[in-house]
Write a protein that binds this ligand. Sequence first.
Ligand SMILES: *[C@@H]1O[C@H](CO)[C@@H](O)[C@H](O)[C@H]1NC(C)=O
Ligand SMILES: *[C@@H]1O[C@H](CO)[C@@H](O)[C@H](O)[C@H]1NC(C)=O
Length: 302
Amino acid sequence: MASSSSRSLSMCAACVMVLVLSVASATAGSVRTSRFDELFQPSWALDHFTYEGELLKMKLDNYSGAGFSSKSKYMFGKVTTQIKLVEGDSAGTVTAFYMSSEGSNHNEFDFEFLGNTTGEPYLVQTNVYVNGVGNREQRLNLWFDPTKDFHSYSLLWNQRQVVFLVDDTPIRVHSNLEHRGIPYPKDQPMGVYSSIWNADDWATQGGRVKTDWTHAPFVASYTGFQIDACVCPATVAASDNARHCSSSAEKRYWWDEPTVSELSTHQSHQLLWVRANHMVYDYCSDATRFPSIPVECEHHRH
Ligand SMILES: *[C@@H]1O[C@H](CO)[C@@H](O)[C@H](O)[C@H]1NC(C)=O
Ligand SMILES: *[C@@H]1O[C@H](CO)[C@@H](O)[C@H](O)[C@H]1NC(C)=O
């Protein structure tokens, strides 16, 4: 009797814990959905958008590109979208998916998909801006043709690391090295954005291949929008948002769990594989551009 009642008591305690946790994540405004218009809105060239059920298509033609942005700003969590990039000739075009804060000291995490002539591979350029300064480009080709099917592209952001993922495979990690005196982006709410535009002055084969407008419109397709992150109301000060979006004695957010504070062994192996087989450029090893190695490159293990 005694043992069974103490078991039901402890189960009850567990129930309360679960309730508290789900209330905490509900107040965090954590959102998980796949509908474009719940999370995002077109930010320019509304006539360059088409909706086909769960599918969104955004086009670039010789008149305009297009872009969309999240309705809310966030701190920490994970954002994902599935993208099918421009088919056929995409030379000169760039499709971007990124998070960014506002202002001259902004932080930014970028995926930029650089188009190519028919049959030649897309390049994925990633970049990280901290306090308004970027110049941290990496480039890789992919292990699949990103124009044939939808693939998921994600940004995982917490106080320890920013991870860029392609189909859940990490392709880049930007670690928090504040203990070495290196600034880390963790104090500004960020919006989520995507756009397609003409960048034929630099994007394809170093700008040598120009956009062939006879092949327009250039169409990028999207589906599977997911944001599982902490919503930061614009009316709330950044420092209050930062506190609210960080775990404390009362609330525990998944993005603060030890399991996402660094890559798992399996993920580390995946990242090594990507770097060995698919990376074509890394600012950390560009001695022409950076005669003295950027300070975070000395400490980043990857
Ligand atoms: C844009 O392209 C269309 C079709 O190729 C062409 O008819 C039109 O003149 C072009 N417009 C401009 C502003 O270049
Ligand atoms: C385009 O294809 C060429 C030739 O295969 C390749 O060198 C280049 O990296 C590709 N990507 C871009 C964006 O230029």
